[in-house]
Design a protein. Sequence first.
Lengths: 248, 406
Amino acid sequence: MAKPIIELENVKREFIVGEEVVRALRGVSFTITENEFVTIMGTSGSGKSTLLNLLGCLDTPTSGEYKLDGIPVRSMSKNQRAGMRMRKIGFVFQNYNLLAKTTAVENVELPLMYNPRVSATERRARAVEALKAVGLGDRLMHKSNQMSGGQMQRVAIARALVNNPAVILADEATGNLDTRTSFEILTLFQRLHAEGRTIIFVTHNPEIAQYSSRNIVLKDGRIKEDTINNNILSAAETLASLPVQNDD
Amino acid sequence: MNFANLFKIALRAIAGNKLRAFLTMLGIIIGVASVITMLAIGQGSKRSIQAQISEMGSNMIMIHPGGDRRGGVRQNSADMQTLKLEDYESIKSEAQLLSAVSPSVNSSGQMIRGNHNTPTTIYGISEDHLTIRQLEIQDGEMFSEQEVKTAAKVCLLGKTVIDELFPNGEDPVGKVVRFNSIPFTVVGTLVPKGYNSMGQDQDNIVLAPYTSVMKRILAITHLQGINASAIKEELTDKAIEEVTAILRRNHKLAEGQADNFRIRSQQELSEMMNSTTDMMTVLLGCVAGISLIVGGIGIMNIMYVSVTERTKEIGLRMSVGARGIDILSQFLIEAILISITGGIIGVLVGAGCSYLVKILAAWPVYIQLWSVVLSFVVCTVTGIFFGWYPAKKAADLDPIEAIRYE
């Protein structure tokens, strides 16, 4: 049995909007073990953003238990959750969220800046290593506004990798990219998966589910489907089969 | 959280938006520069007035006879004879807080040499007078103690007198001049002092031993006054008390009996002058202080706007593990760095402006260390004070909303 990274036990999350109680999650339970590549899908309003916030320790469940890497999160204080984000989670966002006018390597260093245990030398070395891992070893000193969308997303992925997290949370990570670049990023995710990383990829694009090892579909705050994908497509192959773009 | 890292984060954030940082700084620069320049002008004029006062002899204490009544009629102090030579001797030998004491008698008259003559005043004094009035010998030398004892007919001349009596530029030293027909040998000349702030010519004087003036010119045995110098300006009041005690004892005044002498110091004059210039300094300081506050509000504005503008960045920082306190510290350090850098530039600009005022307007300026320290402290405090609210606002942001803020 592989080590469980994420354990959700009947997690509910309710918001009070005015007089009304909005039930975003109505009891969700699942376990994600090490080295799974899980896509979480659902239409808007299905609760996938709320779930992502909970998984990312940005929010706490109203009831139920959430354990990240064996550590219960629900009773944690704000600062403790910040610590969890620093050590256990790597975020990748749809719109990259890089610091403007900042070099790639400084962007990647960011999570380590908040970790007093990492020295400046180690920080720089790890950032460079992470950038090399995403294929940007030659663009360390490029500023965020001098890069393409795909490159920026690679920097963001490097930033998510740099603290060696238990899980990488990607929120529509290919949503802003064209098809070709999307598959490049997807190839990168598959490679990371192959290297043993645990990845959760939240998306509304059903196509992406074909490239993950497991697919969870949410609807109205409940799990509608939870399927293991035994026929994982290779993003690299799809990328190769794409017609070469002939921009005039 | 590592402070060095936070510092680096803040520094990178400032470097990432240099124009914004500079515009924020501008308010502080102008504020600090005006505080420094205004205070420098205020201090400069105060100093120049103080210098004029001390030209008349700083720490000076003047003792005059007075307070005597004859049948209910108050007498002109110069006519009274309550100050005696013994008083001078007692003060000279007993007073601890005085650095110099000299009797003072004077007489106006005509100074004659050959077919030249000029009206002037001859002052009978002792050697200490030079120290008290801050006079210096230009040529020749001061008369000796022996010459004081023997009431020798020797004198020192001021420049105005020399110009009148020796129009051809001869050396007056060793020449004989006459004061009201009494011949005096010139033993030295005085360094010119020019006019004082009251418009009096300080060079139209003749100095002679007090004994000579008392015996040979005035034929009196009392003193018209005694001048003295306190050891330090701050000790002037103490010195006055000391002299008062000696004189009251000498004059055998019973307790409750009024003094029959008056003691004045330059302090009263200097206090009056200072109060005027202090008021000016305060006024200028207020004007400058207001501009510093405006600069501070500028910082708050920009920091506040920048929190909104950087909401997403804050969200990102939080998502990678920054705690509220880290965000707060970052924004606060940014505000303080901006204000301190602005402060340093402001000090330099202020010094430059003061220098320009000195060169172009020829106003006396003087930059005091405390005004630099003050404006520096004020801008740091401004940075903390006006940086706090936006920083707190940033720290309190909800990471979920911040990260998705558009």
